[in-house]
Design a protein around this ligand. Structure first.
Ligand SMILES: Nc1ncnc2c1ncn2[C@@H]1O[C@H](COP(=O)(O)OP(=O)(O)OP(=O)(O)O)[C@@H](O)[C@H]1O
Ligand SMILES: [Mg+2]
Length: 310
């Protein structure tokens, strides 16, 4: 049975996409069958996994005569929503899933082969029109993705959804379709202060899902990213986040098994370098400390999934 996990935070730039791509890459590297779904109009996960040249050619249909808006959208996750809103019936997994998305570019010498088990459903900037297009859609607006993902859930061990830095329709759909969500955050005051509000907002959707389907969406854990453990701000932040999670549990805002992941992802230029090569870090710097961190994070994620599914 596949497990769907969304990476969500209202705050921008906390590493949702970076963690999504690197966690997915690490799982695929350890032979799990993995799908990434890009739900953000910025298309960062799509570009990081495909690389810009392939993204422009295959999705934006650069240099092709048939690069109309409709042809572009039909190759992306946005088509799922267009089908519902305009009854277009054009979405198909065969047409949108990019199998074995990581390709080795140019003459770069690789320590390993690309990841045959890592697939992507990309997005396009056209997704930014979702909010205005869905206004007149008079049925339930956040169950659309769930209905479609049910059909492929079991073809994968893990599906990761990279969400935009907001809680509008795309994020609500991702959450509703998920079994779990992870909150990536930086361990500083401004990044963490919004988490209470975020969880309250998400719980409104989760309650609706529970009523409609008798299934829930649980917080798997809070992931501290971009951590510089030498700074006092981050040391304080790390202490503080544990207290916050305890309070959320006391207030019954999150499930008892939710954790702050023991593994923190360090702030390191190696992560930027891997992004610059359009590769997960496990391929770009297999022996780097950050690769080890993503490995142990993935072990924790699997443990957390099994604890929470019991
Ligand atoms: N651990 C890290 N070490 C160094 N740089 C990092 C780390 N994590 C993320 N970054 C960098 O921080 C920037 C923001 O990261 P990212 O795009 O993943 O955040 P995001 O939460 O997805 O942003 P958005 O809200 O815009 O979608 C990127 O330039 C990324 O390379
Ligand atoms: Mg992002």
């Amino acid at each position: 049975m596949g497990t769907i996990i969304s990476l969500i935070n209202l705050k921008g730039g906390v590493g949702k996409t970076t963690c999504c791509v690197n966690i997915a890459g690490e799982f695929a590297n350890s032979h799990k069958k993995v799908l990434v779904i890009d739900m953000d109009t910025q298309a960062n996960a799509s570009v990081l996994l495909m690389n810009p040249v392939n993204y422009n050619r295959k999705i934006l249909l650069e240099n092709e005569n048939n690069n109309s808006e409709n042809n572009i959208i039909s190759k992306t996750i946005y088509q799922v929503f267009r089908d519902e809103i305009y009854d277009e019936k054009k979405f198909s997994f065969d047409n949108t899933i990019i199998k074995s998305v990581i390709k080795i570019n140019g003459n770069k010498r690789m320590a390993q082969e690309p990841l045959p088990n890592l697939d992507l459903i990309p997005t396009t900037y056209h997704l930014q029109t979702l909010e205005q297009n869905i206004v007149n859609y008079d049925r339930t607006k956040y169950i659309i993705l769930n209905k479609v993902l049910k059909k492929i859930k079991d073809k994968y061990d893990l599906i990761f959804i990279d969400c935009p830095p907001n809680i509008y329709t795309a994020t609500k759909n991702a959450l509703y379709a998920s079994d779990f969500y992870i909150i990536p955050t930086l361990p500083d005051y401004l990044s963490m202060s919004g988490i209470h509000l975020l969880i309250n907002q998400l719980n409104k959707i989760i309650e609706i899902k529970e009523e409609e389907t008798e299934k829930s969406v649980k917080l798997l854990g809070i992931l501290l990213n971009n951590v510089d453990g030498r700074t006092n701000v981050h040391k304080e932040g790390i202490k503080n986040i544990g207290h916050r999670l305890d309070l959320f549990k006391q207030e019954k805002m999150v499930n008892e098994n939710a954790v702050i992941f023991n593994t923190r992802i360090s702030k390191t230029v190696k992560i930027n370098e891997a992004s610059g090569e359009f590769l997960p870090i496990c391929l770009n710097s297999p022996r780097d400390k950050a690769t080890g961190e993503f490995k142990s994070l993935c072990t924790e994620i699997l443990d957390q999934i099994s604890v929470n599914k019991e």
